[in-house]
Design a binder for this molecule. Structure first.
Ligand code: LRH
Ligand code: MN
Ligand code: MN
Length: 388
């Protein structure tokens, strides 16, 4: 395939972060179907993440979730990750499971509970200091279920106040990623329901605050690539939480439900020159593998992102610009669709061979014996935390 050398190099240097919780048991509110061999602690989650990186070559960091991954000595965890060949990535905070947060965390009407939530977020920055992580990811389940339940404007004030305190605690090289989600667990109002709300708070906070787009957190039919383009232009896109949705926050494998949407998103990234790590966008997975084998599913997800990226890199930029300039609607669309219709799997196999790894990471995983080993070694794996 006549693919520019630069595109091959870009694919070899792509960085996709995997989430610690995707390696552990998870489920719906109805049932957690435990799987044999799942990690029992953060150390084993890191070992699995390192396995995914060894096989794919493009997943060198693993995101942690506090308190699901709480340990006594984070510097030691970080050193262990390095030994395994990966680094610790974003620190995800958790202010959505403690019973105190029934009416909200940082937006709770009770100042004592707000204090507790902010203290947890500050603790997450302490963790970042110890792990060397750059990013603090904030997702608030805060909201209300009934009209009149609380004052919507007052909750925004409380949110802004909490974000300010945490923002001011960040070090020079640290950032805050503010994630939004339309609904669930709150069903009437959510305090950060959409990218516009997240964006407005980030603008108010300053340059260390950026938006995290979780692809599963939108209303059906939302044009996510428009959001990507808007935020890129405003220099406010900090990260993705990639996953697939059919209905709501399904947390299925990225690229499974709508590979074309993933391509359109990656095209916006590629065409803005925002794929390289220096552009400062973290490409993370945020998934739960409830019924499928976890490590192969995570590898599959990484490959899906790679395939969408490869297709985006194949878009003939000159032909597209010419068609756009001349108002050739169908011609412009055809340029995009030609790239999307290309089978990039042979190209990616070549890229992997050049990287010195197996061209087929999933087959390599099955042949490695790793799954058998962890099933024999690990008894009593933990839940990610959703059912906890
Ligand atoms: C919330 C969310 C958020 C959490 C993660 C486990 O739905 O997307 O990113 O931290 O799931
Ligand atoms: Mn998320
Ligand atoms: Mn989610």
């Amino acid at each position: 395939m006549a693919v520019p050398t630069a595109a091959r190099a870009t694919l070899a240097q792509q960085r996709i972060e995997t989430p610690s919780w995707a390696y552990a048991n998870s489920g719906t509110r109805f049932k957690v179907f435990a799987q044999p061999g799942v990690p029992r602690d953060p150390w084993e989650k890191i070992a699995d993440a390192a396995t995914v990186h060894r096989l794919t070559g493009v997943a060198p960091t693993v995101a942690l979730h506090i308190p699901w991954d709480r340990v006594e000595d984070y510097a030691k965890l970080s050193a262990y990750a390095a030994e395994q060949g990966v680094e610790l990535g974003a620190i995800n905070s958790n202010v959505f499971q403690d019973p105190d947060y029934k009416l909200g965390s940082v937006t709770n009407p009770d100042a004592r509970i707000r204090r507790k939530a902010i203290d947890h977020l500050l603790e997450c920055v302490d963790v970042m200091d110890a792990t060397g992580s750059r990013d603090l990811k904030l997702w608030f389940s805060d909201g209300t279920n009934y009209p009149g339940q609380d004052n919507i404007r007052a909750r925004q004030d409380r949110l802004a106040e909490a974000l300010r305190e945490v923002y001011d605690r960040l070090g020079d090289d640290q950032r805050m990623l503010l994630e939004y989600k339309l609904f669930e667990p709150a069903f009437y109002t959510t305090d950060v329901p959409d990218w516009g709300t997240s964006y407005a708070h980030c603008v108010e906070l300053g340059e260390k605050a950026t938006v995290c787009i979780d692809t599963g957190h939108h209303a059906p039919g939302t044009n996510i690539e428009f959001i990507v383009a808007f935020l890129l232009r405003a220099n406010k896109l900090g990260a993705f939480d990639f996953n697939s949705r059919f209905y709501a926050d399904d947390d299925l494998m990225v690229g499974a439900a709508d590979p074309f949407q993933l391509f359109r998103i990656m095209y916006e990234i590629v065409s803005a020159g925002a794929l390289a790590p220096e552009a400062g966008i973290a490409f993370m997975l945020d998934q739960c593998h409830n019924i499928e084998a976890k490590i192969p599913a995570i590898i599959r997800s990484v490959l899906n992102v790679q395939e969408a990226t490869a297709k985006a890199l194949l878009v003939d930029a000159d032909a597209l610009a010419a068609a756009q300039r001349s108002g050739d609607v169908l011609g412009a669309n055809a340029v995009l669709m030609d790239a999307y219709a290309t089978d990039v799997r042979p190209l990616l196999r070549e890229v992997r061979a050049d990287m010195g790894i197996d061209p087929d990471p999933i087959a390599a995983y099955h042949a490695s014996g790793y799954q058998k080993r962890i099933e024999a070694d690990r008894v009593g794996g933990t839940q990610a935390g959703w059912g906890a």
